[in-house]
Design a protein around this ligand. Sequence first.
Ligand code: SIN
Length: 287
Amino acid sequence: MALKLRRLSNALGAEICDIDLAKPMSESTFGEIHNAFLQYGILLFRNQDISREQHIDFSRRFGELDDHASLPRDRHPDYPELLLVTNRPNPDGTPSESRYTGRSWHTDFSYTTQPALGSLLRCWELPEVGGDTLFANMTMAYDTLSEGMKKLIADLHGIHLSGTRKINAADAGEARRNEVMKLNPPIAQPVVRVHPETGRKAIYLGEKVKRFDGMTEEESMPLIDYLNRHATRPEFVYRHQWRKNDLLIWDNRCTLHQALGDFDETQLRHMERTTVKGTPSGHIVTA
Ligand code: SIN
């Protein structure tokens, strides 16, 4: 079966039209989806009124799923394969600690030694307007650097921290932040990562990186800022406006993403994510 595709932006992303993920899917159709995933970096499936089990089963076709042990408070109580990104208050009325998840440019689980291959985010509830997510193409960002800059960054490693947030840490839940930082020590990852399936090079940074391995923050930040600014220029970015029952998968090895706070926080935004484990990368930084 030839897939019906609609590109989402010049930089990245395609919608796979006319697919019902609740129905059985042949290996050859999945093969086409997988090829499109490698080509476009993000795939969108609209109108997927699927169960949690179906979300998990479809995700498993991309590889082994993470049980989100690095973010234990944010797991779905009955499905460890599902990570909650929600502002729905906890059953005891306290604010959800995952309500600010993803509010800076990042790639999932880069602060672990097994960063994510892909993430599949399903939209259950969304505010009347906003609640969008930005995605950026890191292969394009790498390819458009000068040869001099490519040489300069070739052997650098960025130190990825788990607990960085742009918003007030107290608002985001200090206890959760400290717990996550304790569970996830800083990890040095190559700044230029070779995609294990396509062989293409991509910038692997984001706002969780505050210094390069072997350098101070003061020395590192001007270059980190430059690379992040370059990588997230509008021409490399796609902005996704969610609809209920959208399922979106992104390739964490060659894209960055950021959830925007562009909505009325008194309205519900409830998303659930599976995370596909990637190949091991990086090492723990002790000093
Ligand atoms: C995430 O970073 O996984 C969450 C993205 C979003 O909620 O839009």
